[in-house]
Design a protein around this ligand. Structure first.
Ligand code: GCB
Length: 642
């Protein structure tokens, strides 16, 4: 977090110091973009696909399916990318499949990419759930653990080996979750032969969404010059009407470089420039990045153009690269009672979401994303939490442009088994935070990191685990607060002392005291008072809600009707309004839309706590919330006088 202080002191610190940021990962993960010196080729569409249904799910490796075309080693079906594979066919075995699935596609690489040795060709997967191994023309190029973050491999030399042939890309993806994965899970073999066939096993999970799998985001080939801009980090601040963008650029592939940095406003007019791999850009008459409904011109973005020239010798340029980063200038601060954006109190009136829809599962889908943004704006939503995993980068870019504030959550959901607090799990969790911060650090919309959702924080190892995790995340990024989302009772919580903001979930009159809406005011206020007394931190109601089956009505309200969902929300809102001017800084409804879960007696074809159906049609609660959010926007969102 930026600490309020004198601007001149800050300026000196900024300009003289390097970032106090830990960068444990090799290299950056800039979002691929086209420029005069970079090209992008999307490999989305139909891929050949086969699930390895062998008893040990290992036939693909034993028979080296990656060495030949997939069609030569067995039957294949057509599988769209990006999409979860689960709901694409009529086959329940594929919907519920656990183990390795294989994707393959051939692609012609433009001749210039092959002939020009100064061009670097990179294969990038936006995300694939959960563990992936990638081969190009039968040679392994990378593997990656984790279902929601991008990974890539340089394949320049490989594609130059056989320049006339198409390039065959094979990706094997395994959705198995274990005690050390994030989210964790366990595989349980059922050995009672009177009840289960030989080798029968199930995947146990402790989270409430379907474990969709496959290649969920775009697969791309992109180029950069050999000497290229590898990573950019920006931090912003302002004092009065002067803004400052502190930047750091890293270059890979060569030494003799010149870096020119130019900042332009939204209309492309020059604002400031600098040279060198780190420095500061002063912005006179700064236009700050404001959240939606907090300003008449939200989501203002400057463009920071990074131009890199590599020299052969003094004055002779060998190569150029250009990368343009959108930059929003804003600050985040947290006091004991407030969440401040640009030094003004910010009140979250928003939603929790899932990347989830019919047929596509968790697959990236532009029509769905744009529809969801339109619905959020219609509702008067100014924020959401990426429950319970990082969302696609394109979604965060939209948030930057529209001024929608994001609590960026990692996939640390369902950490309930004490064995998932061991070192192997913690090490992986730290790497996931490294990858998440590396990917999302420059988005102005991201205002807080959430390292987990509802872990078993009362367990003895939780304190060390969360202390380490939160301190690590704060070291990675000193500009944003860190939280984890809790449901534990205040006195049982071991990680609480380390969070900057308390994010608390509760389901009064739903999971407890079922049907008793009358207990909400007492239980909810007691809950808040306990949290605040204990931690003296601002509190966000990070989840609350009730299932409603659309079209089910009953008055007086009963559980699962639209009336009950409405009445429950209304009781929560009454308490929120009492605490709003004290330490209560936000409310995020569970959930924006109905979503798929695994099958079980508590779920009727998925979780129905959406205020929209899975097809994005409003339930009665959507209208209730819309009225409230627009009222809140008027009461809390306008710019308050200094
Ligand atoms: C929670 C979880 C969320 C569930 C929700 C529910 O506390 O964080 O993943 O879907 O409750 O509906 O039970």
């Amino acid at each position: 977090m930026s600490v309020p202080g004198s601007f001149s002191v800050l300026r000196v610190l900024w300009l003289l110091s390097v970032f106090g940021t830990v960068l444990p990962l090799d290299g950056g993960m800039l979002f691929p973009q086209e420029s005069s010196f970079r090209e992008v080729k999307e490999l989305n569409g139909l891929w050949d696909f086969r699930a390895d249904g062998s008893p040990n799910r290992n036939e693909g490796f034993e028979k080296a399916w990656y060495k030949r075309r997939l069609t030569e080693t067995g039957p294949v079906i057509e599988m769209p990318v990006p999409a979860s594979y689960n709901d694409i066919t009529q086959d329940p075995t594929l919907r519920d499949f656990i183990g390795w699935v294989w994707y393959e596609r051939e692609v012609f690489v433009p001749a210039r990419w092959i002939s020009d040795e100064g061009t670097r060709v990179v294969l990038r997967v936006g995300s694939a759930h959960y563990y992936s191994i990638v081969w190009v023309n039968g040679e392994k190029v990378t593997e990656h653990e984790g279902g929601h973050l991008p990974f890539e491999a340089e394949i320049s030399s490989l594609i130059r080996k056989e320049p006339t042939k198409p390039c065959r890309i094979t990706i094997a993806v395994n959705n198995t979750l274990t005690l050390e994965t994030l989210p964790p899970g366990t595989i349980q073999y059922m050995n009672d032969s009177s009840r289960y066939p030989d080798g029968f096993f199930v995947q146990n999970i402790d989270f409430d969404f379907f474990n969709y799998a496959g290649i969920h985001r775009s697969v791309l080939l992109y180029t950069t010059p050999k000497v290229h801009v590898d990573d950019i980090s920006v931090e912003t601040n302002f004092m009065d009407n002067t803004g400052l963008v502190r930047y750091k650029v890293s270059v890979q592939g060569g030494f003799n470089n010149t870096l020119n940095i130019t900042l332009m406003d939204k209309d492309g007019h020059f604002v400031a420039s600098s040279t060198g791999s780190s420095g500061g850009l002063k912005v006179v008459d700064v236009k700050l990045w404001w959240p939606y409904l907090m300003h008449e011109n939200p989501g203002y973005l400057y463009s920071m153009k990074v131009r890199q020239h590599a020299h052969r010798h003094v004055g002779v340029f060998l190569q150029c690269d250009v990368y343009t980063l959108p930059v929003g200038i804003r600050t985040i601060n947290v006091t004991n009672t407030q969440f401040l954006i640009n030094n003004k109190p910010f009140y979250f009136h928003g939603v929790n979401k899932h990347e989830d829809s019919d047929i596509r599962g968790r697959g990236f889908d532009w029509p769905l994303i744009v529809k969801d943004f339109n619905l959020m704006k219609w509702l008067g939503v100014n924020s959401f939490r990426t429950s319970h995993y990082p969302y696609a980068e394109e979604i965060l870019q939209m948030c930057d442009r529209h001024g929608i504030v994001v609590i960026d959550e990692c996939p640390g959901v369902g950490i309930k088994d004490i064995r998932s607090f061991r070192n192997a799990s913690l090490s992986h969790h730290l790497v996931v935070m490294d990858e998440l911060v590396r990917r999302d650090k420059n988005h102005p919309s991201v205002v807080m990191w959430s390292v987990a959702n509802e872990p078993a924080s009362e367990m003895p190892p939780a304190e060390f685990y969360f202390k380490t995790l939160i301190e690590h995340t704060k070291a990675l990024d000193q500009t944003r607060p860190v939280t984890y989302v809790t449901i534990a009772a205040a006195d049982m919580d071991k990680g609480g002392p380390y969070v900057d903001v308390v994010c608390a979930n509760s389901y009064f009159a739903w999971y407890f005291d079922q049907g008793r809406l009358d207990i909400i005011p007492l239980q909810l206020s007691t809950h808040f008072e306990n949290w605040y007394r204990k931690y003296q931190r601002p509190i966000i109601q990070s989840e609350y809600g009730a299932d409603a089956v659309p079209g089910l009505h009953m008055d007086p309200p009963m559980m699962f009707t639209e009336e009950y969902q409405n009445a429950l929300l209304q009781s929560y809102h009454d308490v929120f309004d009492q605490k709003r001017n004290q330490y209560f800084v936000g409310e995020l409804i569970w959930n924006f839309a109905d979503f798929m879960t695994s099958q079980g007696i508590y779920r009727v074809v998925g979780n129905k706590k959406g205020i929209f159906t899975r097809q994005r049609q409003p339930k009665a609660a959507a209208f209730l919330l819309r009225k409230r959010y627009w009222r809140l926007a008027n009461e809390t969102g306008r710019l308050l006088p200094d």
